[in-house]
Each structure stands twice: as structure tokens, then as C-alpha cells.
Design a protein around this ligand. Structure first.
Ligand SMILES: Cc1cc2nc3c(=O)[nH]c(=O)nc-3n(C[C@H](O)[C@H](O)[C@H](O)COP(=O)(O)O)c2cc1C
Length: 252
């Protein structure tokens, strides 16, 4: 049986793109992409997200600094900031005599999930018309600075950004881990075959090292395991919880 579809093909061919032609992305196309993305499912219909469409080069330059100097943040024709936004819920609750001051882990989590679903939907809608891009989590290097640059009010934080534009590169796809180790049936661990986790990681380290070698990117033989340890051994974005609390998201 052949279950292929345009969407499955789009996903199977997807790769992050960081180099763009200078051609602009028309405003009505951005709006159409976002309008479609807002059809994403939303937890209990809370629609707790906002998107900032950023063209202004001055803001983009400062965002690029915040993201550790990622050039595509300045160079992409458009930068979208996907934000978790509790302001409308706060307003609704106030009308009902309620208050959101005691916001908790659940509301922080669902608003972030909602924003992410809208972001991925926008990404796919954009790809379906030939745009390409890359998500930018590095806006959380300092969530308070990102909020200031984007003019976010209290109860809004930028979950991630997205560079979008017409592609000027076609990078090879980064390999993914073995399908059978990521899909479980009925209960976790009931793998289709009995390859153990070590073998999976050895295989993936080799595949990723080969991929990086092919594009001239320096790496080690234990590519992925090395990268993960380097990334997560230091406490990654250790101040984030404090910064989000400052912005009105108390993850507790
Ligand atoms: C939430 C999120 C944040 C990301 N942040 C960045 C980023 O700040 N800079 C960047 O160059 N790529 C970023 N990426 C892209 C990933 O590095 C990329 O998706 C991953 O390496 C797999 O490569 P691929 O998308 O080409 O398959 C991010 C991806 C996601 C989902």
C-alpha cells in the first residue's frame, strides 16, 4: 500500500535552512501562513500565543547578538517570534472576577506547547509554498532581554523564533536515529527488534559523524553523544526559570 502524500513528502524532505535570497516574503503571504497556523489544536481552546513579525533591522541585530551572533537572524527576510501569551486569559479571568497571579506549572506548560504547535504549523505552511527556515531557541539565552527587544508585556515570553525566507542553499538532511528505537508498541521498551541503546547510539554517532564529515563540519567519532554531553553537562540556561518568573511564568 502506498500512503504517500504531499505533506508526508514535505516532512520527509525537510531540513533547516539558514541562507536566504534577499527577496522579501510578502506580508499577505506571512499573514496567510500564520492564519493557517492558528488552526493548530490548542489546549482547552486557550489560544495562548502571539507571534511578533519582525522586519526592523535594528531589532534583528540585537536579537542576533542575544542568540550568540547567529547571522541568519539578521539576514533572513523575516523573523517570527512565537510567544506564550497569558494576557487574554488574564483579562478573561479578571472579567469573571478571577486572577491569574497564582499561575502555575500547567498554564506555563500548555501555553508553551500551544505556541510550539502554532510555530511548527507555520513552519510547514511556509514550506508548502516554497519558503524555508530555521527555528531559533537561542532567544531563550536571556528571556528577559528577548522580551524587552520584542516589546513583550508581562505574561508573555518568546518560546522560540523562526527565520524564514526563500532558500539560497539546499543542505543535506541531518540523519535521524533509528526509527525502531523511538517507536514503541503498547508499552515503552517493547522494541520491534532487540538492539540495545548502546548500539543505537554507536550507530547514530557514526552516521552523524559521517554527515558532518561530508559537509566539512568538525566533529568527533562519538559525534552525538559528545555533543549532548557538552551541551547538557553545564547547567543549560540556568537562569531561565528565574527570568520566566520575572515575565509572569512561574514554573513551579
Ligand atoms: C525549538 C528549536 C530551537 C532551535 N534553535 C536553533 C537555533 O537557535 N539556531 C539554529 O541554528 N538552529 C536551531 N534549531 C534547529 C536545530 O538545530 C535543527 O532542527 C536540528 O539540528 C536538526 O536539523 P534539521 O532541522 O536540519 O533536521 C532549533 C530547532 C528547534 C526545534
Amino acid at each position: 500500500m502506498n500512503y504517500s502524500s504531499e505533506t508526508i513528502a514535505l516532512l520527509n524532505n525537510r531540513v533547516s535552512v539558514r541562507k536566504f535570497k534577499s527577496d522579501p516574503v510578502p506580508e499577505d503571504l506571512i499573514n496567510e501562513v500564520l492564519d493557517a497556523a492558528f488552526r493548530a489544536p490548542t489546549s482547552s481552546n486557550i489560544q495562548s500565543y502571539s507571534v511578533i513579525v519582525v522586519h526592523d533591522p535594528t531589532i534583528r541585530e540585537q536579537l542576533a547578538v542575544l542568540t550568540g551572533g547567529q547571522k541568519h537572524v539578521v539576514e533572513a527576510p523575516v523573523f517570527l517570534a512565537f510567544c506564550a501569551d497569558l494576557t487574554r486569559i488574564e483579562n478573561a479571568m479578571a472579567r469573571q472576577g478571577g486572577t491569574i497571579v497564582d499561575n502555575n506549572m500547567e498554564i506555563g506548560l500548555v501555553s508553551s506547547i500551544d505556541a510550539s504547535l502554532v510555530g511548527m504549523s507555520a513552519y510547514l505552511a511556509a514550506e508548502s509554498v516554497g519558503l524555508k527556515g530555521v527555528m531559533i531557541g537561542a532567544v531563550r539565552n536571556d528571556a528577559v532581554v528577548a522580551a524587552r527587544l520584542l516589546g513583550l508585556p508581562p505574561l508573555v515570553y518568546c518560546v522560540f523564533g523562526m527565520c524564514l525566507g526563500w532558500p539560497d542553499e539546499a543542505p543535506p538532511q541531518k540523519p535521524r536515529m533509528d526509527f525502531s528505537t523511538m517507536v514503541h508498541h503498547e508499552r515503552y521498551g517493547a522494541l520491534r527488534d532487540n538492539r540495545d541503546l548502546d548500539q543505537t547510539l554507536d550507530d547514530y554517532d557514526a552516521a552523524l559523524a559521517k554527515h558532518y564529515g561530508g559537509i566539512g563540519k568538525p566533529t568527533t567519532a562519538d559525534s552525538w553523544t559528545h555533543d549532548m554531553d557538552k551541551k547538557f553537562s553545564p547547567q543549560l540556561r540556568d537562569n531561565l526559570r528565574q527570568q520566566l518568573k520575572q515575565l509572569g511564568f512561574d514554573f513551579r
